[in-house]
Design a protein around this ligand. Structure first.
Ligand code: SF4
Length: 379
């Protein structure tokens, strides 16, 4: 039996592998010249492993119901926001809008509320979307392996679960109520997903909750572990910086643009084959620049509210109090759409983002060619 990652994480301060020691050196403060050299190495490795391509995907928010309280998230159960869970037909309508824009890779996102978003609902959503999308991933509350198996069988390809912070004390402080308080159950999620058959596994840390270099080392150790133990899966990593959201939480620690560039380069140099994801949380010019250095996958034209693309679900928007649905009394200026998870920064349309990528010599990839090629090879 391999040592579980939780044991590696808990002893990381005392013992690191050689790879993680090299990574630690890469994220230490650097001169401009040193950072430029890192960026050149990173660019060359990205080109070598991924070519001049950028996978484009869209998040599709299914529900903003949640039973957890996470201090940094607008969907927290105690926030009196407008909520909705889309029906499968409404999900399909949102997805068809995305398909018309060119997307074939989609990420289904939901808060954690088993009454509204459970295995059967997710299975139905994935099955309904499978004919139109070459890659469907989910980013929802952690589940057991048996539940994941059903979603994989319906056509689910990827599982994304960010640990948020790898610092247990900060994690306990940030997650004040709900099942998400179970740090270890979340930490094991990627392995349960792998056991269930997901072909893509995404992990990440939310930057702004603790010192970024500490998070980076833990995240890198997690990546090293998954590359060893889930080696048949494609692994992706994301390092979203906290954005303003309902509830008014402000990041406790900062990561400057320069440090973000260094972090991305260090990940690429240490893990040449890892997919690095960048969302619309970041500003357009920075995303464009990072696209040439190490990022391999981007969201585009995103909405973080359920129904945000086409207005689906408007008629049954409500507030939820202790699991009970309450008719909304709109406050002045409040829209009738459900509330989004956070504000986005890059508001360009998918077509504009694709054009910006081409201007930089990168080919936007809307469809999962890997899977198509694999199918061809198997037939
Ligand atoms: S981060 Fe996830 S679990 Fe926490 S409140 Fe937001 S949606 Fe719920």
């Amino acid at each position: 039996m391999p040592m579980p990652f939780v044991e590696i994480l808990d002893s990381l301060a005392l013992s690191k592998s050689e790879l993680i020691e090299r990574f630690e050196h890469l994220i230490a403060p650097k001169s401009d010249q040193e950072l430029e050299t890192m960026a050149q190495n990173s660019r060359a490795l990205t080109l070598q492993n991924f070519g001049r391509t950028m996978r484009l995907f869209a998040p599709l928010y299914l529900s903003n119901e949640c039973i957890n309280n996470c201090q940094y998230c607008g969907f927290s159960r105690d926030n009196p926001i407008l909520r909705v869970t889309l029906s499968v037909d409404e999900v399909l309508a949102e997805a068809q809008h995305l398909a018309r824009q060119g997307f074939r890779q989609i990420l289904l996102v939901a808060g954690e509320h088993p009454k509204f978003v459970n295995r059967d609902y997710l299975t139905e959503c994935v099955r309904a979307l499978a004919p139109d999308f070459s890659s469907i991933s989910i980013e929802v509350g952690p589940m057991d392996t048996e539940d994941y198996v059903r979603i994989v069988d319906a056509g689910g390809e990827g599982l994304v679960v960010y640990q948020e912070t790898y610092n247990r004390a900060v994690y306990a402080e940030m997650h004040t109520a709900g099942p998400k308080r179970d740090f270890n159950y979340r930490l094991d999620c990627a392995e349960r997903g792998y056991a269930a058959g997901f072909r893509r596994l995404g992990i990440g840390a939310l930057i702004g909750l603790s010192r970024w270099r500490d998070e980076a080392i833990a995240l890198a150790a997690h990546l090293e572990y998954l590359f060893k133990h889930c080696w048949q899966a494609q692994i992706t990593v994301s390092i979203p910086r906290l954005r303003p959201a309902a509830g008014g939480f402000r990041p406790l620690f900062s990561l400057t643009d320069r440090e973000l560039v260094q972090f991305v380069c260090a990940l690429r140099i240490t893990f040449p084959q890892v997919g690095i994801v960048l969302s619309t949380r970041e500003r357009g010019p920075l995303r464009d620049a990072l696209g040439s250095i190490g990022i391999t996958m981007m969201s585009a034209g995103s909405h973080t509210e359920p129904g945000g693309y086409t207005g689906q679900g408007r008629e049954h928007v409500h507030r939820t109090v202790r699991g009970r649905i309450i008719a909304p009394e709109y406050q002045d200026g409040e829209d009738e759409l459900a509330t989004g998870q956070f504000e986005i920064s890059d508001e360009r349309s998918p077509a504009e983002i694709a054009a910006a990528l081409r201007n930089r010599g990168l080919e936007p990839v809307w469809k999962d060619w890997d899977q198509a090629l694999q199918g061809a090879a198997a037939s």
